[in-house]
Design a protein around this ligand. Structure first.
Ligand SMILES: O=C(O)c1ccc(O)c(O)c1
Ligand SMILES: [Mg+2]
Length: 645
């Protein structure tokens, strides 16, 4: 009875990552892995072989970093070999067991045989494993069998389990790898019938859905759980239901990661594991892994404000542009050089407070005028901060003056600040308490802008997965499929993140490959600033266009060819397309509704505003119009009549 009780206790979560998953030399990898908070590491044999140190030295290095070596892998082409290859395989294994003893790890991964000379048969494989188990026991080690998705005879964890079950040896177990199961669309619920103590380690990886050869897909395109499209949470739920308490180990083969930052990759990996396990814990109450406590994913009700930092001498350009968009200067901060402009439910804050060590001033010095911060409406700002911090997001705070409230905040893309606001008395009354309404004559002009539809952030393509994971792990969101936007200077990849259950907060992430693209230029010249455009919603784009003209707004001029094509493509009435052309309105339509867009001219290093109207249930962002927008923006960058350089 006593042992029964112990076996139901939960066990502290053990996190591990394979050395193949991140860039750098062996010592750099271990340092980054330890620093990111992992408790263990899988040694990928090749990383060890190519590094000039003895197994004991490597054991010492891992120990110095406080890392357990969870696994030594892979051992290939073992089971089902005809003689004399069979004998050779056992001899090879014995050599590796000796190395494992020096490394201080007791588990080796054997992946299913891919050799064309290997022989099938469950009982033949089980007999080989039974003999190997006995040899492993003599060396005090264990072996785990993993079905590679492209294994010659075994390519399904259900078959690997049947072999392990028939082997019936305490030193032989199964190793599950989410990629191999999910890439072949094998139902992960089949894992639920495996006893948890026969699962020796679990490897986790996600991947974008590609129709591609399995081996090539696995070796080049895996990514961190939550960064791809595979149902890793369902997989891990099934594992948790078995009572498994061993390490959760990331094994990510990815070409882009091999050249990335070891530190950033390790941090993303740790965040992805904690996030997946947090989901799993909420869905599988019988889980025996003790996952760190944190509030659930944050539901957002939209963008409460966007804040620009600028210098007093540049401010007039920005406020003039806001004026032509129908914004009114409504209030000024009681203690600071901070102004509030409003229209509908939109708040734009302009900060010229560069005194002391204000972050706004610092951001201006690095990036110039930029939208360096935004505020999100959430249910509980304190909980939002707790979750973000538990997932490793840097928290942000600045010294407050008497009477000022500390708004919970974190830092995100381009070091920009994300504030959390909720309905608590202190945070809900911040605009009334900290701002003084301006008495100056108010314009009655208004362009019927109602709210912020979306923010668009630009990053280097290499960082795109990092930031997608950042948002989707902290906030309750879904991602739309990635779209490619062709810029004459290169490709820009774009993906939207939308809050769930209601898409009240929408954000598009644009990953620029080259600084020759319009987005890449914005990044390079703004030194990595983050928000490139803000899209405001209207309920009547034509009325808004008319009001904007009166206000002196200059829309981005769009080529006549665009409207010719639009008319042909959608069978539009020529009067309708002429009306759009005159107002500089772009158009898109899908099965659910229509989308209208007006762009401002660019401001500073490529920042711009957009005005949109969604009709019906159109859910996109007009991606097909992006090349026309980019072409128009590039035309304006060149002085009239100048040849393109
Ligand atoms: O691609 C491979 O060969 C390979 C090797 C070891 C693994 O654990 C794995 O998942 C894949
Ligand atoms: Mg694997």
């Amino acid at each position: 009875m006593a042992s029964q009780e112990t076996s139901n206790q939960s066990v502290k979560m053990r996190t591990s990552i394979a050395t193949v998953s991140i860039s750098g030399e062996f010592p750099e990898k271990l340092a980054a892995i330890a620093r990111a908070g992992f408790t263990g590491v899988e040694i990928f044999e090749n990383d060890f072989l190519t590094y000039d140190a003895s197994p004991r030295d490597v054991a010492k290095m891992a120990e110095d970093h406080g890392l357990e070596i969870t696994l030594f892998q892979p051992f290939r082409d073992f089971e089902g070999m005809p003689e004399p290859l069979r004998r050779r395989a056992f001899e090879r294994a014995e050599r590796k067991f000796e190395i494992m003893n020096e490394l201080g790890t007791d588990l080796m991964l054997i992946c299913s045989n891919v050799s064309p000379v290997s022989l099938g048969g469950i009982d033949r494989a089980a007999a080989d494993f039974r003999e190997l188990g006995t040899m492993a026991a003599r060396h005090g080690v264990r072996v785990g069998y993993e079905a590679l998705a492209w294994g010659r005879h075994v390519n399904d964890h259900r078959d690997a389990w049947e072999i392990v079950r028939r082997t019936d040896h305490p030193n032989v177990g199964i190793i599950l790898d989410s990629f191999h199961t999910l890439s072949r669309k094998i139902d992960p619920n089949s894992i639920r019938s495996i006893p948890g103590d026969k699962i020796f380690i679990v490897q986790l990886a996600d991947a974008p859905l590609f129709d591609m050869d399995l081996l090539y897909w696995s070796r080049h395109f895996r990514n961190m759980p939550g960064e791809g499209d595979l149902p890793v949470v369902d997989f891990m739920r099934a594992v948790a239901a078995t009572g498994y308490t061993g390490p959760l180990s990331l094994e990510i083969f990815n070409d882009q990661f091999r050249g990335g930052s070891a530190r950033a990759l390790a941090e993303d990996g740790h965040r992805s594991l904690v996030n997946v396990m947090d989901r799993v814990k909420r869905l599988e109450p019988d889980i025996r892994i003790d996952v760190p406590d944190m509030p659930d994913r944050v539901e957002t009700q939209g963008v409460e404000f966007v804040e620009f930092t600028t210098a007093p001498e540049e401010k007039a350009n920005l406020t003039a542009l806001l004026g032509t968009l129908g914004f009114t200067y409504t209030a000024r901060h009681r203690n600071r050089a901070v102004d509030l402009y409003t229209q509908g439910d939109i708040r734009i804050v302009i900060n010229t407070d560069s005194t002391g060590d204000s972050f706004a001033g610092a951001s201006y010095s690095v990036h110039g005028t930029n939208a360096y911060a935004f505020g999100l409406k959430v249910n509980n700002a304190g909980d939002a901060l707790k979750r973000a911090a538990a997932l490793g997001a840097p928290t942000f705070s600045e010294p407050r003056k008497p009477g000022e409230v500390t708004v919970p905040a974190i830092q995100g893309v381009g070091n920009g600040v994300i504030y959390f606001l909720d309905g608590s008395p202190a945070l809900a009354s911040i605009w009334q308490n900290e701002f003084e309404p301006v008495e100056a004559p108010k314009t009655t002009a208004n362009a019927r802008l109602t709210r912020i539809d979306h923010l668009a952030q630009t990053t280097h393509y290499d960082e795109m997965l990092t930031w997608l994971l950042f948002y989707t792990s902290i906030f309750s969101t879904r991602r739309t499929p990635m779209v490619d936007v062709v810029d004459p200077g290169g490709l820009v990849r774009s993906q939207a993140i939308e809050s769930e259950p209601e898409p009240l907060f929408r954000l598009t992430m644009n990953g620029a490959d080259s600084r020759k693209t319009f987005a890449g230029k914005f990044l390079a010249e703004g030194f990595g600033t983050s928000i490139q455009h803000i899209a405001f919603a209207t309920n009547d784009i034509f009325a808004t266009a008319k009001a904007l003209t009166t206000l002196g707004f200059q829309a981005l001029p769009i080529s006549r060819n665009y409207y010719e094509d639009l008319e042909a493509r959608f069978g539009l009435d020529p009067d309708f397309s002429d009306a759009m052309r005159e107002a500089g309105i772009l158009y898109d339509r899908d099965d659910n509704g229509e989308y209208f867009q007006i762009y401002s001219r660019t401001f500073g290093e490529g920042f711009f505003f957009e005005i949109i109207e969604r009709r019906g249930a159109y859910a996109g962002y007009g991606a097909m119009n992006a090349p026309f927008r980019i072409a128009a923006q590039r035309r304006l960058l060149r002085p009239e009549g100048m040849p393109k350089r």
